[in-house]
Design a protein around this ligand. Structure first.
Ligand code: DGY
Length: 319
């Protein structure tokens, strides 16, 4: 019988749900499989429950063969998947929107606070046993509640969740225009402005758009030049949206005050120069890494597979 391929081990409950689908299950392991293993193990699969570390392209889909019905990505972003290639082969693609908004927004706030208030610089100072004494000018940073503005690039579910949290910190909210309903924005007092104005006015610029050809290096040297020298940039979306070389140069030159990054172009590699910068706070793509959130993501992926295998529409389709 055709199998369900799970290249990366999911949560325990989700693995049980995969086994309950009634197909043989081929599981990769905790670490990402090599490309060769990926192409070998998908051969003959009816469904794939993958993560953002697997590249799902025409070669992969062809290696699976004509029996493949669904690729369920356990992530909201699906820039790792060639969706037109899947559609052309009649393969449904699904993602996990909605269930990780809060966790990603929480981590975004953590990065805003850590970069803005220089939490890691303070932590390092103590751990390195640098002599210190309280001083009126010591480690001064960004006061969120003193009228600071948040600029949200990509005002979708996660962007809104960040805006709600920022509002509780008394921040003013700017966002790039969205086509969706404005009911909540009216309540939060969001001001919609075009990107150049947002970059020029925001004290914190936070990125929440998907990575597409149109958004690759959206934050480039020109965008960084527009930002205030006191501003911080936060990215919990995809590394490729920010030109990292330009960001390193801007952080070095003091063109912006700091950055909080959870995602990197070329992950899991991180630009070695970023690692040397005091004013960059770095985390290893843990935006959705809450225990309950990961459970919901994995379960949603498996539900999507179950629906397609039962001949129904998936819960959260991409194509
Ligand atoms: C996503 O869902 O796209 C995140 O980057 C991983 O949770």
């Amino acid at each position: 019988m055709t199998h369900v391929y799970v290249p990366r081990t999911l949560t325990d409950a989700a693995m049980t749900a995969v086994r309950d689908l009634g197909h043989p299950v081929v599981v990769g392991g905790e670490e990402p499989p090599t490309r060769d293993a990926l192409l070998r193990d998908v051969a003959g699969a009816v469904a794939v429950v993958c993560t953002l570390t697997e590249r799902i392209d025409a070669e992969f889909l062809d290696a699976a063969g004509p029996g493949l019905k669904v690729v369920a990505n356990t992530a909201v972003g699906y820039d790792n998947i060639d969706v037109p290639a899947a559609t052309a082969r009649g393969v449904r693609v699904t993602n996990t929107p909605g269930v990780l908004d809060g966790a990603t927004a929480d981590l975004t706030m953590a990065l805003i606070l850590a970069a803005g208030r220089r939490v890691l610089e303070g932590d390092r100072l103590l751990r390195e046993q640098t002599p210190w004494v309280w001083g009126p000018r010591m480690l001064l940073g960004l006061d969120l509640s003193a009228g600071a503005s948040l600029g949200v690039i990509g005002y979708g579910r996660i962007g809104r969740a960040v805006a709600r949290r920022a509002k509780a910190f008394d921040m003013r909210i700017l966002a790039t225009p969205t086509s969706s309903s404005l009911t909540e924005e009216d309540r939060l007092g969001v001001r919609f402005v075009e990107l150049p104005e947002l970059l020029e006015q925001a004290d914190v610029v936070t990125v929440h758009c998907p990575l597409t050809p149109a958004t690759r290096h959206l934050i480039d040297a020109d965008a960084l030049r527009r930002m205030k020298s006191t501003a911080i940039l936060v990215n919990t979306a995809r590394g490729g949206i920010v030109d990292e070389r330009a960001l390193v140069a801007a952080l070095r030159a003091g063109d912006i005050a700091g950055a909080g990054l959870d995602v990197f172009d070329g992950e899991p590699k991180v630009d070695p120069e970023l690692l040397t910068l005091e004013n960059a706070v770095l985390t290893p793509h843990i935006g959705s890494a809450g225990t309950a959130t990961r459970e919901r993501m994995c379960r949603l992926s498996v539900s999507n597979v179950a629906e397609v295998l039962a001949g129904r529409d998936p819960v959260t389709p991409v194509n």
